[in-house]
Write a protein that binds this ligand. Structure first.
Ligand code: MF3
Ligand code: CO
Length: 258
């Protein structure tokens, strides 16, 4: 989501029943990504990828939360190469070998949401892209590790930033992760940079969508004239990965998985 003002917030835990619904939403959304993994190929347009995602969501009773959101007209966001997030699916954007495609979907089922993003490196493997995408997943893992009751949002933010910068990449400042549940975007905001020990305290029973967005070069981004697509200003690659996580008494539980 677009970074908001960093306002303080009161976190409210979900009920056990709500969390169970979120788990099933998360699992079904992960299935859609499993289908996308075999579908995404050179020669497809990003609009075809979006249409495929929409059908796979529909089959599972999942409703895209992007479609209709502030006038957005597609089920998914498909961002290629220098596009960071909120890439608008297009009938003229063809995927080719060595493209880095990020697919972002937030879906609701039985009133509760899950949000997930994966990177798809198209064509033969490429060292530059593999290392870069590896850093994004490492940042995601590092952030999730801090999703423990009693820790603070800043602990997550710092872990993500340090991991990414440790690889020599940058974190995007203009977008953030977020609480999630009845709505796609709830409190708190989860920046991908910051200081440990600050921000709202995490409590058992909340759910968070953590989404590191990282750049190969400078972290500056701007929005294209379509009003949505965020691109790196220097034109270098961006990666984005996202999972939805419940804070349980046993620690973090990633729900966007099979
Ligand atoms: N994961 C994205 C986010 O939290 C989903 C955006 S849907 C869109 O911002 F409609 F805003 F594109
Ligand atoms: Co999100």
């Amino acid at each position: 989501m677009k970074k908001d003002r960093n306002i303080s917030c009161v976190l409210k835990p979900k009920t056990a029943q709500q969390l169970d619904i979120m788990r099933s939403t998360g699992k079904l959304l992960a299935e859609v990504f499993e289908e996308l993994k075999s579908y995404v190929k050179p020669g497809l347009t990003t609009a075809q990828i979006d249409l495929f995602a929409e059908k796979e969501l529909y089959k599972r009773g999942l409703v895209s939360q992007a479609k209709g959101y502030r006038g957005y007209r597609h089920a998914s966001c498909v961002s290629v190469n220098e596009e960071v997030v909120h890439g608008v699916p297009s009938e003229t954007r063809f995927i080719t070998d060595s493209d880095l495609v990020k697919i972002d979907i937030c879906a609701k089922r039985n009133g509760l949401c899950a949000d997930m993003t994966r990177c798809f490196a198209v064509g033969p493997s490429n060292k530059r892209i593999d290392r870069f995408v590896g850093a994004a997943y490492a940042a995601l893992d590092a952030g999730v590790e801090h999703m423990i009751a009693g820790k603070r949002v800043g602990d997550i933010s710092e872990a993500v930033q340090k991991t990414v910068e440790g690889y020599g990449y940058q974190v995007v400042r203009d977008f953030a992760g977020h609480g999630i549940g009845l709505c796609m975007h709830e409190d708190p905001e989860i920046l991908n940079f910051g200081k440990a020990g600050v921000g709202p305290e995490l409590i058992e029973g909340i759910a968070l969508a953590i989404e590191p967005m990282i750049t190969e070069g400078d972290y500056a981004v701007h929005i294209l004239p379509d009003g949505w697509t965020a691109v790196t200003t220097d034109g270098l690659l961006a990666a984005h990965v996202e999972d939805t996580v419940i804070i349980t008494k046993h620690g973090p539980e990633v729900i966007t998985k099979l």
